[in-house]
Design a protein around this ligand. Structure first.
Ligand code: RIB
Length: 287
C-alpha cells in the first residue's frame, strides 16, 4: 500500500538559544543550522524510514530543490512535488537548553499548490491506500474529499491547530492525531471530547507523558519511554509518520503506537528535524 501525504516542505532555520525569547527581547543565538523540515516532509520521511511506500504531494520554490532531492534520498517518492513561483516555505525555530522550541512558519509554496496537483497524484492511488495531511498546505479539504471518494483511509494531524480547518476536515477522517492543547481547542470548537468525535481512531499525544488512544474498544493509555530530551522539534511528526506507516503495513494500532513512541523517544535525543528521524533499524535496536 502507499501513503499519499499532502504536506508542507519547509526550510528549517534552527537557532540554538539559551532560553526562548520573551516579547520585545533581543537574544543572541549560540548557533544556527539549516535543515529539511515542515510537518508534512517530516511525516513523509518518518513513514519512509519506518518502511512504508510514501508519495509526497506538495510544492517548493526554486530555492527548495535541494529539499526535494533530500526527501528523495530519504526514500520518499517526490514525483508529485511541484515547483511553483513562490519561495519555499520556511520555519524560524528557536530551541532552548531544555530542548523546548518556539516556531514561526511562513507558508510560501506550501500555500500555493497547483490546482490539479492532488488529482494528478491520486490518479495513481488505489482503494486501501492511506491519505495523510496536516494543516500547513492549501487544498486539504478538496484532497480529503477526493481521497475519501476513492476509498483511501484518511489520517490528519491537526497542527498547526486551526478550529475552522480541523472542523471542516473532521467528517472525512478515519484517524486524527492531535496534542492535548489541540484536543482542548477542538473540544471548545465542536463541544466534543476526543472519545466522542466522529472519527474511528483518535490519538491524543501527551508529550513526555505518552499518549491516549480512543478507538472502537474505548480509551487506552500508552506511557512514554523516559529519555533526556535535547530537542523536541519534529517528535510529534515522527510519531504520526510512524503510526501511519505501521497501520499501512498492517500492524494493529497498539503495535503501531508502541513503535511510533520508540521512534519519537529517539528523535527527542537528537538535534534537528527531518534529517535526523530514526529508521526502523534504530527503532528496533532500542534506545
Ligand atoms: O513540527 C516541526 C515542524 O514544524 C518543523 O519542521 C517546521 O518546519 C514546522 O513545520
Amino acid at each position: 500500500m502507499t501513503i499519499w501525504n499532502l504536506g508542507s516542505i519547509n526550510i528549517d532555520m534552527v537557532y540554538d538559544v539559551p532560553h526562548l525569547p520573551a516579547p520585545g527581547e533581543t537574544l543572541a543565538a549560540n548557533g544556527l543550522t539549516r535543515g529539511l523540515g515542515g510537518k508534512g516532509a517530516n511525516m513523509s520521511v518518518a513513514a519512509a524510514r519506518a518502511g512504508a511506500r510514501v508519495a509526497h504531494v506538495g510544492a517548493v520554490g526554486a530555492d527548495g530543490r535541494w529539499a526535494v532531492e533530500r526527501m528523495m534520498e530519504y526514500g520518499v517518492d517526490t514525483r508529485f512535488i511541484a515547483e511553483v513561483d513562490a519561495p519555499t516555505g520556511h520555519a524560524i525555530i528557536s530551541v532552548d537548553a531544555a530542548g523546548e522550541n518556539q516556531i514561526v512558519i511562513l507558508g510560501g509554496a506550501n500555500r500555493a499548490l497547483p490546482g490539479d496537483l492532488v488529482g494528478r497524484a491520486l490518479s495513481d492511488a488505489a482503494a486501501g491506500d492511506m491519505f495523510l495531511t496536516q494543516n500547513e498546505t492549501s487544498v486539504q479539504i478538496e484532497a480529503a474529499q477526493m481521497a475519501r471518494d476513492m476509498g483511501l483511509h484518511i489520517a490528519y494531524a491537526a497542527a498547526p491547530f486551526d478550529a475552522e480547518a480541523a472542523t471542516a476536515i473532521l467528517p472525512f477522517l478515519d484517524l486524527l492525531v492531535l496534542n492535548a492543547v489541540e484536543a482542548e481547542q477542538l473540544q471548545a470548537a465542536t463541544g466534543l471530547a476526543p472519545g466522542n468525535l466522529p472519527v474511528s481512531d483518535v490519538i491524543v499525544t501527551l508529550g513526555a507523558e505518552g499518549c491516549r488512544w480512543f478507538g472502537a474498544e474505548g480509551e487506552r493509555e500508552f506511557p512514554a519511554l523516559k529519555v533526556t530530551a535535547v530537542d523536541t522539534t519534529g517528535a510529534g511528526d515522527t510519531f504520526t509518520g510512524y503510526v501511519a506507516a505501521g497501520l499501512d503495513r498492517g500492524l494493529p494500532m497498539p503495535q503501531a503506537i508502541a513503535q511510533a513512541q520508540r521512534a519519537a523517544a529517539i528523535m527527542v535525543t537528537r538535534h534537528g528535524t527531518a534529517d535526523v528521524i530514526p529508521d526502523l533499524k534504530d527503532v528496533q535496536a532500542g534506545l
